[in-house]
Design a protein around this ligand. Structure first.
Ligand code: DC
Length: 246
């Protein structure tokens, strides 16, 4: 047999075997990651990890100005609020300090505090280790900003979702209107731009597509369309078995 081919096959086998059974979904605020992660987890019967919810929970507990605290204070306080994950699919539940994480974290003000906390290396370190421990427990769908680049660089499937700030703001406005709330489109666009700047420009683990991620521009697609792109890519590359066997 051609030695070059043997080498290529060995290298491929090693690469696949070394992959973690994790699906990563990264992308900017408001691109639909949480909805898609939940749907994917449901389709694959796996738990999903919303890492934005982890940053939001700690940011809410620490309060404004957490980014100015000394690193050992951040570490000490965060140690009192460990995270656990229970259930799977749409029934996955995240707990912080034994308390279920609920809708109290879902405001734009808490999102902004979370983005500020995301610039603090000590907070990122604590959450990265917690996220990796959850990944060691078995197959997982993990969504956030740095899942494919920093937390799970060996993940079996990596996706990076994107859309313009205007598109994301329009989607957010639509979601708010569905819930009977209203907001000004220009304000929403500005909030999204502000969070993009913090997420993309921070020194540690900035928002970025991993070199081996499939980048999906979601601007012209609805949530079903994006979901189909993700599932088809997985099916063409080993599907659910690729997670079970990796
Ligand atoms: O995905 P989200 O909007 O719930 O995230 C809120 C903020 O948390 C986000 O603007 C930055 C921070 N974050 C982060 O730094 N790294 C992650 N993996 C997830 C979120």
């Amino acid at each position: 047999m051609n030695p070059a081919r043997v080498f290529a096959e060995t290298a491929t086998a090693r690469t696949t075997a070394a992959r973690l059974p994790v699906v990563t979904l990264d992308g900017p605020a408001g691109v639909g990651k949480t909805t898609l992660a939940r749907r994917m987890a449901e389709a694959l019967a796996l738990p999903y990890l919303d890492t934005g919810a982890m940053f939001r929970s700690l940011a809410l507990r620490l309060g404004p100005g957490a980014e100015t605290l000394p690193a050992d204070v951040v570490r000490g306080r965060c140690a009192a609020w460990p995270f656990t994950l229970a259930g799977s699919g749409a029934e996955t539940r995240l707990f912080c300090g034994g308390v279920p994480v609920g809708d109290e974290i879902r405001t734009e003000a808490v999102g902004l505090l979370a983005a500020r906390l995301g610039t603090v290396p000590a907070a990122r370190e604590i959450l990265r280790e917690a996220q990796r421990r959850m990944g060691e427990r078995g197959p997982l769908v993990a969504e956030g900003r740095d899942m494919g680049t920093t937390v799970f660089p060996d993940a079996r499937f990596k996706f990076f979702l994107d859309a313009t700030p205007e598109t994301r703001a329009r989607r957010r406005l639509h979601d708010l209107e569905q819930r009977g709330q209203s907001e000004d489109l220009a304000t929403l666009t500005e909030q999204i731009r502000q969070r993009d700047t913090m997420d993309r420009e921070r020194a540690v683990a900035p928002l970025r597509a991993a070199p081996d991620a499939l980048i999906v521009d979601t601007s012209a697609l609805d949530i079903n369309g994006v979901f189909q792109v993700l599932i088809q890519h997985m099916e063409a590359n080993g599907g659910r078995d690729a997670l079970a066997g990796s």
